[in-house]
Design a protein around this ligand. Sequence first.
Ligand code: CU
Length: 688
Amino acid sequence: MKVVLYLIPFVSSVFSMMTENDMPEILCKCLSEKAGSITIIPADLILYTCVNKYLAETWLERYQPPRRIDPDTINWLRSLGRKVRGQEYNIRTKRQAARRVRREIRTLTDAQRNRFIRAVQELKDRRIGSTNRYDALASAHDGRALGSAHSGPNFPSWHREYLKLFEAALQEIDDRVTLPFFDSRLDYNLYDPRESNFWGENFMGDHRGVVSNGPFRLWRQRNGAYLERNGGNSGSMISPRGIRDVLSRRRNIDILSPWAARGRYGLENYHNAVHVWVGGSMLGVNTAPSDPVFFLHHCFIDYVWEQFRQRQTVDSETDYPFDQRAPPSQAPNRIMDNLETGKRNIDGYSNDYTDQYYRYSRSPTLCRQCRNRYPYLRCGDWFRGLCSATNRARITTFRSPIKNIKSLGIKKQFSTTINDSSRNKTSRKRRSTGDWLVYEPLIEEEIVSKTGRTKRSISSRRSNQKKRTSHITNMDSSMQNSFLLDGEPDIKRWVFIPVKIVHRRPSGLLFGTKVIKNKNIVDGVDVYSYNKYMNYTGEEQQAAYSHSFTSGSGADKVYVQVDGMSYNGKYIDYTIVDSRLPVSESVAFVAVKNPKLNSSISYISAYDSHGRICRPYCHSYRSYSNQYKTCSGVINLTEEKPKLYGEDVGEVTRLLYKSGKGKDFSRSDKNIFLSFYCDFHEMPWGKC
Ligand SMILES: [Cu+2]
C-alpha cells in the first residue's frame, strides 16, 4: 500500500510534459462530417482535406505574420495582370484569335519541352524584389488563398487565373512557350507510376527525397528548404474512371467541394490524391507551387474542368455554386486573393480564358491516338486499349552532382535519391498482357466505383480481391522531410518522439505460404491466416487506393504524420509492419516542434500506404499498467521534466531501451505516450 501511495505522484508526473489536447473544433467537425465516406474514398484524403482546412483557417494565428511582399514584386504581378488584359484587348480588337494550345507534356517535341523547362528555370533565376520571379508567384498560393482558393467553388476559378499568370510570366521570357499539362491518367495506366518518364531527368527529375537530378535539382524554396518529393508512398494518380465520373455530371455543384467532397464525382479529391502521391513539397498546400509539377498537375485539372464546362447544359459562366456551406471567402463577387489582377472569384468562370487565351489539345487516351506517334507514350493497356506513359530511361551512369549530394550529408548507400542506378541491377519484371486481366478489376473497383449502393455488392467484390500482393510496392524508398518550422528549415527546431503502431492484418490478403493439411493444399488461407485469432467481423473495411499493393513479403509501411496546430510545420515518417501476422507491432519516430521554442501542439495521425487510417490511443497515466485509452491525437509537449522526447533519434531510443549493458533488451513502453491501432474497421476519429 505504501508503495502505491508513493508511486502515484511519481507516475502522474511522468507524463506531465506530454498531454492530450482536445481536437480543434474546425478539424474535429470536418473529420466527423466526412467520417461516413471512409468506405468510399481513402481516409487519408479526408485527413488531407480536413487538416488543410484547419491550416487554412488558422494560418494567421500559427505563422509569425509572413514578411510583406515587397513593392517590386507586387508591381511585377500587376504588370503581368495588365499584360494578360492587353492580350485580351488585342485579340478582341484584331479578332485574330491566336489562342495558344496547351498540350500534354509527353506529346511535346523535345525542343518544345526544353523550351518550357528553360523558361521555368529562368523564372527561378531572375531576381525580383527580395526573391525571384518563380518564388514570387509561388508565394501567391499561400496565406489567404489557402482558404479562399481551396475546398470550394473558387478552386477551379482561382487556379485558372493563377495558371494564366504563371503562363504569362513564362511568355515574358519566351513568347513561344505555352504551359503544358500532366495527364496523370497516362501514369495511372502504368503498372508502376513511379517508373514513369515524367520523373526522368529530361522531364521533372526524380521523386525520391531531395530532388537531385533533372532540371530542378537542388532547387530551394523561398524559405531555403529544398525541393522534395516522396513519390508513391501514398495517394494515387488519377484513374480514367475517376475522370469519366467527373465528366458525367453537368453542374459545378455536383463536382466541387464542399458539396461533392464525399463521393466519386469530387474533382478536388482526385486532385488531392496526386498531391499526396508526389508528397514532399507538393504535400503542404503552402509549399506545393514550389514544385513545378504543381503547375502541370493543375493545368490538367483545368483541362478536365474545361471538358466538363464544354458538356454543361447550363451557362458555365454563371454556374457558380455558393451557399452557407462554402467558405465565405469564396463568395462570387469577392476579389481573388493574392493575384493582384483585380478579378472577382466568379470571373474565373468566364469563357474568356478559353475563347481568347488558350485552348486544349485533346490528350491522347486511346491506343490508336498514341501508338507510334509519341516517343513518350505507348499503348500500355492492350486489353482496354488505353495509352500510358513509357517507363523512364534507365540511367547508366549516376550523373547527379556528387559534390552537392555530399554537402547534403547523404551517404551513397542509403541515399533516397540515387536509387535509379541501384535499381537498374534488379530490373522489374515487365507485366505481361495476362497480368492486366488480373489487375484490371482492381483499377475499376476501389476509389472509383464505390458508391455504397449495396453492401452486399461491395463485400462480394471484396471477396474476389484476395491476392492484393505484388512485387511492386513502395518498400524501396525512404522518406525525406524538409524540417521547415515556422519558415526555417532546421532540425534543431524539432524534437523526436516515439509512437507505437499496433497493426492488424487487413482482410483480403493472401500470402504465398500455403497450408498443407492431410497432404493437400488448403485453399484461401496461408499459414499466418490459418488460425482462430483471425476472426474478421462483418464490418466494412476502410477504402484503399486501387493502385496500391502489399508486398508479397508482408512488409508494409504505416505512416505517422505530424501537423503543427500551434505552429507551421509538417513531419512524416513511417515504420514497417508485417502484414502477414495477425498482429504486428512497431515504433515510429517522428518530430514535433521543440518545446523550447514555445507552444508545441501537434496533431498526430497514422495511416497505411493504402490510405487507411489508424485510431490514436494515449497512455493513461492514472493507471499503473501500460494502458492506453482512445484519444484525439492532439499532443501538447512542454519542457517539464521528465523529458519524454529526444533531440535526436538516439536519445529517443535511450528512452525506450535503457542501455543496461546488454542485460535488458525489453522495451519500456511507459515512455511512449501515443499509440495507434490500425484495424481499419473501427471509426478512426472520435466524436467532437
Ligand atoms: Cu492550390
